[in-house]
Design a protein around this ligand. Sequence first.
Ligand SMILES: CC(C)(COP(=O)(O)OP(=O)(O)OC[C@H]1O[C@@H](n2cnc3c(N)ncnc32)[C@H](O)[C@@H]1OP(=O)(O)O)[C@@H](O)C(=O)NCCC(=O)NCCS
Length: 353
Amino acid sequence: MTLLRPFVEEDNSDLLEIERSCPQGNEKIAEAMDKSPNAVARYDMYDNWKVFVAVEDNQTAGWVGWTLKEDPAGKKYGYLTEVIVHPRFQRHGIATELVKKVESDLRENGASYVYCYIFEENTASNAVFSEAGYQKMGITQLQASSVYKKADIAPEFQVRTAEKSEIPQIVELINSYNKDRAHFVPFTLESFMYHLEKIPDYDQDNLWVALSDGKIVACTGLWDLSVIAKVYYAREPASMRILGSVMNFIDHFTRMPKIPAENELFEIYYLTDYAFTPNEDEAMLNLLKRLNNFVLEENRYYLTSLITPDDPLVPVFKKCKPLVENWNIYAKSLDDGTVDLEPLYLDIRDFVM
Ligand SMILES: CC(C)(COP(=O)(O)OP(=O)(O)OC[C@H]1O[C@@H](n2cnc3c(N)ncnc32)[C@H](O)[C@@H]1OP(=O)(O)O)[C@@H](O)C(=O)NCCC(=O)NCCS
């Protein structure tokens, strides 16, 4: 008999341990995040969130987390952040029960649908959500540009961190870039400052701009995800392991991209709050090059963006030769209505997988 109950602080060590034994993927490739010391730190970024723990035979068997959001028209919807079940208790229907708990709670709180992101290679989780009646709505891509050598910035662009007085222009640019995207709530100056404050270690000093003829034409934030979670490959395909050792060897002679070894924790920066004026691709590219140099100075391996394939950033980021991994977007209506998530705005807080 499985008991579902709200998370309490004393569950933290069990959650961290379960997560360690539950990488997301398949027998060839699986990824994981180390969220120690606080398994639920990510939730403080949201205003409304819940975590429920499943207990079976007096042991913590798994958990699920979710958050309630609202779009600009006042329509409520939910994001299912994660569902994890200890290997010892898998295939007992616990994830399915936890997912149902999320759906009933969201329904009671007026949400009309729920969505989530699942790594394309995550066989078990893709199966759970398909079985539970979720529809695949498209994909989002995690694109990681390997940072290993300095890039030259074109002299026609002024690229630097933003000044406080420039924040209103940045907000305007972000609002116009995302205006027709589902889930995007246009920022006011106040709500943008609140957004910066809610994301740990992310503030106006992490905002960068590119100016052309003295005008801001591109902007982005750079958020250090490692303050909440460090990433690692729990299983790597043989081809990746071999390539990694070859590159490490050549790196003794000339700088080469790094491929982290299996179980090696690495720290990544996410691009967030990026936007650029139409036809200012070159300005955005030069901004990315400047960030490449910053990330290089910080000794990190990757500059990472989360983008949907229709995003104007895709052709620009492609010039940084990223490694691309697909995440499926799933959604389920909770009121028999239709769910339309295209084009979709990606909320960076959702990507602490
Ligand atoms: C994904 C996960 C949560 C599933 O938990 P679970 O409690 O074993 O899932 P359920 O028992 O509710 O499975 C429901 C159905 O999904 C399908 N399914 C579940 N695991 C599967 C697997 N490994 N392969 C194929 N189908 C699977 C089956 O149809 C299953 O029904 P069945 O057992 O009657 O055949 C668990 O495997 C896990 O924690 N994985 C690692 C962490 C992760 O990837 N979490 C999701 C990311 S948010």
